[in-house]
Design a protein around this ligand. Structure first.
Ligand code: TRP
Length: 332
């Protein structure tokens, strides 16, 4: 692995602006992005066109969500001098290349992608079975290949998307010549962060703690968490292994983890106190983040500046790929 003379591999990942960042995102994505920016050449982008695949009827919220996401990433420590941070829709070549790759992507490949069926199911009554949603992996393939991304951080559930990207790349290169780079997955199993109801923390389940929630909001939300149903009052022995509050203690409370486990089991520790301890630590953990974010928020024009600089940085890379693609397809 990496001596300093070796070329760093290029990492690419996108983030859909669909609302406030919660602590599930933080441990699932953001910490990983922070680590990767130390070790690799990274391209991080705001996947605003991808957001439309499920939120096409909420475009009025897009500018706000984008702004919030950029501020969250900056406050978290994503460094735009070190990574290339840009907005997908600023790069119109992404749309051009999506049209071209769409010509060589069999419908069957797209219909087989498990996340497609899941998204349809999760949408419930809303009918989102649109061409754009089906084409989600084609657009994602373009995101990756247009900047020659080599490594794509994914969880297990995104592996089929990346497999499909690799198949599209191989088909393109077979038809038109070796132009596109086949990306590799960088597998990272996102930790399971439970929400207030014990299910996976997710905005659509309305069970989240957002990273920038005010202290009072964090405390109120933590109080609503379910715990071991057999532990009704202080004195009753509890089972930390089935308690979502304890799962969060594992992330936030190394200082009192053993003590919490022991005193929950014996019954000496009640859930109210246990939750207060957790809320204290969550508030503390994101204090710097909240302060930095407030500071960034007060700087007028910051978000537009960062996005404009990111677009300028990514543009030459994109233009080079796009020219090679047009040449290979005799479209120059
Ligand atoms: N699919 C990712 C998500 O659901 C977002 C995304 C879009 C992406 N394009 C990408 C991730 C390219 C990695 C690479 O949040």
């Amino acid at each position: 692995m990496g001596t300093s003379t070796e070329r760093k591999q290029r990492v690419l990942t996108g983030y859909r602006p669909t609302g406030p960042m919660h602590i599930g995102h933080w441990f699932g994505n953001v910490e990983n992005m922070l680590r990767l920016q130390e070790e690799h050449e990274c391209f991080y982008f705001i996947a605003d066109w991808h957001m439309l695949t499920t939120h096409f009827d909420r475009t009025a919220e897009l500018p706000g969500f984008t702004r919030e996401l950029v501020l969250d990433l900056l406050a978290a420590g994503i460094d735009p001098d070190r990574v290339t941070l840009y907005r997908q829709s600023d790069i119109k070549e992404v749309a051009e290349m999506t049209l071209l790759l769409g010509m060589i992507t069999p419908l069957g490949w797209l219909e087989r992608v498990p996340t497609y069926k899941e998204r349809l199911r999760d949408a419930g009554e809303r009918d989102i079975a649109n061409y754009g949603l089906l084409g989600y992996p084609v657009l994602q393939t373009v995101d990756i290949t247009i900047v020659k991304g080599e490594l794509v951080p994914v969880g297990e559930d995104q592996v089929p998307h990346l497999e499909l990207s690799r198949e599209i790349v191989r088909r393109f290169n077979r038809l038109y010549g070796p132009v596109l780079v086949e990306p590799q997955p960088l597998l990272s199993e996102p930790p399971l962060i439970p929400g207030t109801d014990g299910r996976k923390m997710s905005k659509s389940l309305d069970n989240v703690i957002n990273v920038r929630d005010e202290e009072e909001t964090v405390r109120r939300t933590v109080r609503t968490f379910i715990t071991d149903p057999q532990k009704v009052r202080r004195g009753d022995p509890g089972r930390p292994e089935i308690c979502p509050v304890f799962t969060l203690h594992r992330r936030f409370s190394p200082d009192i983890l053993a003590w919490t486990e022991e005193n929950c089991r014996s019954g000496a520790l009640g859930c109210v106190e246990c939750k207060t301890n957790l809320a204290d630590r969550i508030v503390e953990r994101f204090r710097d983040f909240r302060e930095r974010r407030e500071e960034l928020e007060r700087r007028p024009g910051l978000v537009e500046e960062v996005l404009a600089a990111g677009a300028a940085k990514v543009r030459p890379v994109v233009e080079e790929t796009m020219k090679a693609v047009r040449d290979a397809m005799h479209l120059s």
